[in-house]
Design a protein around this ligand. Structure first.
Ligand SMILES: CC(C)(COP(=O)(O)OP(=O)(O)OC[C@H]1O[C@@H](n2cnc3c(N)ncnc32)[C@H](O)[C@@H]1OP(=O)(O)O)[C@@H](O)C(=O)NCCC(=O)NCCS
Length: 224
């Protein structure tokens, strides 16, 4: 199926590579709301316009969409919009990712190179399981979660909707990461994390004056 990739930033480039390697769908272009990218090619694929151009590209034979936007809230809201349209919300799963046969995988997910999803895990819609992460047995990843590269989740971990687990973090067994919580890079999480709380360090502790999920999304966007 011909697909469009929403988001032509760094994550978009990763997703384009996954789609090309997977050889399931044919990427025909990006849409991105940054006007400076319009008309350019990113890794050989044209940026055809802003996200509002989606109905237009549909008339050119595009049938599916992969969302390549790092902001958990924006990704979830776009996913819901596409679900309500007659376009198909596609997933991008790298051929080197290993998914247990009894894992349940939601819609519109991105699973990058080398990710491991072990027995009986549940992965929610619009989740990103980034490069080389490990999601061990019976863990549950909520809607619109981002598990960053190199994260290790032990068994029976629950990551609630909209949470962000930063690069290289480790979460011990049976821990719950709350709704829209942020786990800092390299943290070792040994206890439950309250919703909308940022934790950092070893062992992970809450940061005072932590950014809200929306503030954090703009911090991440600014650092790209
Ligand atoms: C946790 C995080 C979100 C905090 O960002 P922030 O709100 O801008 O926080 P600040 O940089 O102001 O830091 C606040 C305090 O926490 C400390 N801190 C921040 N991140 C930390 C981390 N990962 N580990 C340990 N301490 C950390 C800072 O040193 C600072 O301490 P101080 O008050 O004693 O000086 C961010 O540092 C982080 O780890 N982001 C993850 C990035 C990532 O994984 N990117 C991959 C994308 S695929």
């Amino acid at each position: 199926m011909d697909i469009i990739i929403l988001g032509a930033g760094g994550h978009g480039r990763v997703v384009l590579d996954i789609v090309r390697q997977a050889r399931v769908d044919k990427p025909v272009g990006f849409l991105d709301n940054n006007p400076a990218l319009h008309g350019r090619r990113i890794d050989g694929l044209p940026v055809l316009g802003g996200i509002e151009s989606l109905p237009e590209v549909k008339s050119h034979g595009v049938r599916g969409v992969v969302i390549a936007i790092g902001d958990n809230g924006v990704r979830r809201s776009l996913g819901d919009t596409i679900e309500a349209s007659d376009l198909e919300l596609a997933s991008a799963v790298h051929p080197s990712a290993q998914l247990a046969s009894n894992a349940s995988i939601g819609k519109g997910v991105v699973i990058a190179a080398g990710a491991l999803v072990c027995a009986h895990c549940q992965i929610g819609d619009y989740a990103i399981l980034n490069t080389g992460c490990i999601v061990d047995h019976e863990s549950m990843i909520g809607t619109g979660v981002h598990i960053c590269p190199g994260v290790r989740l032990a068994g029976h971990v629950v990551v609630e909707s909209g949470a962000f687990v930063g690069i290289g973090a480790t979460v011990v067994q049976n821990v719950r990461i709350g709704f829209e919580a942020i786990v800092g890079a390299g943290a070792v999480v040994t206890r439950d994390v309250e919703p909308m709380t940022t934790v950092v360090g070893v062992p992970a502790r809450a940061v005072k004056d932590a950014p809200s999920a929306a503030e954090f999304a703009s911090l991440l966007a600014a650092s790209r």
